[in-house]
Design a binder for this molecule. Sequence first.
Ligand code: UD1
Ligand code: CA
Length: 454
Amino acid sequence: MNCSAVILAAGKGVRMHSNYPKVVHRVAGTPMIVHVVNAVTEAGIEKITLVVGHQQELIKALFVGQEVNFANQAEQLGTGHALLQARDIVQDDDMILVTAGDTPLLQAQTLEALIKHHQQSQATATILSTRLNNPSGYGRIVRNENGVFLRIVEEKDATPDEKRINEINSGMYCFQVKEAFKALSALSSGNAQGEYYLTDILEILRQDRQRVEVLCLDAKEDIYGINNREQLAWAEKIMRQRINQELMLSGVTMIDPDSTYIDAGIKIGMDTTIYPSCIIEGNSRIGEGCEIGPGTRISDSIIGNHVSIENSRIKEARVGDNCTIGPYAYLRPQAVLETGVKVGDFVEIKKSTIGAGSKIPHLSYIGDAKLGQGVNVGAGTITCNYDGKNKWPTLLEDGVFIGSNTNLVAPVRIGAHAVTGAGSTITKDVPPQALGLERAEQKNILDWKSGKRD
Ligand code: UD1
Ligand code: CA
């Protein structure tokens, strides 16, 4: 049986109070709707249709280059109306899985259970339900005295008795396509919200003597729908716990998982230890046997094996194996450290490549530079790369030794194994093996303190 998925994501999400559609808000670094699409894909469904409307270009931009279909819901007239917009795309499929775009904690195994139940029971429709201690906000599953499903009632339309029902509608269903669309076209909007409720087709189908199943699973996280930012923060917390748990079980040590924030999808090698208060985000990857933190934020960066980083900020950088960074270093975009580089305290590196085994141990700014291998940069060295208009390059060849407090006024090139004297402002190239020295000669004035001056 061919099964496709329809994800409803056209709503604005008024309760978020946002300039952006609800489903693009991020949970552990990834937009909610992407989490949902990933779970659906992982459940083995290849054909996915998103129903979009409000600010749809922002949603479409998340799926560029991916095989996802879009159906437009020009006016948001309710979830039933939303599904109807996907008719042309799914009408030749046998069954559809329908879900909302605002449940970021959804996991593939929950969908797999729903699909399996639907197929085995040969129902026309299967609703996924769950029991909650606090069901408020959700539609309730109404059953007769024998426990047979009757209908779903929305919170806003529910009687006080119905509000006490704690079995709720997850908003996830499987349908036989033909019957579902037939029932959808019979929907009316005579309810508290004046909307076409998808939930109403279940009663329509049941009255039409079609088989409607309710699968009640213990899945309160998976079905958790985000309607406001407090719920967004709760989802964030659960998602981070899941990410940390998976990483720990795969061989990563976390001294304090509660203060470790790692985005979804980041790979970290085994025997890496993460100290408290670290954020690892975006498109980052960390190798094996590293020591990260405490107090480190790494964004969109690739870190090799056996790297140590303490109290530092790393952004869009690449760090080779066996490097040591920090405390208090700042690697900015396009900083590239080859193997075994040492970047010490209060060092900032931008758009520069640092060759294997080179050392920049303290208090330096290196920008638009290329350092060869085995270069030693003395404390307080500054590449003067910017003249107010243009950025200029600095080249330090293999084995160069830069004396402390050197200004390297770019463009400038220091030849292999050359040395610069401490305190020099180097404005001219230094040939290989030479000493570049730019310094006023020291004068000692004797008896300065006694006041007896010549
Ligand atoms: C819906 C269900 C409710 C269920 C809950 C689970 C209905 C009528 N109610 O309520 O029974 O317990 O989900 O979370 O279905 N959307 C559109 N177009 C629209 C309206 C909504 O695409 O015209 C999308 C939204 O973007 C959202 C999803 O459908 O992703 C659900 O809409 P929402 O307004 O959040 O429904 P709930 O009130 O949560
Ligand atoms: Ca919702």
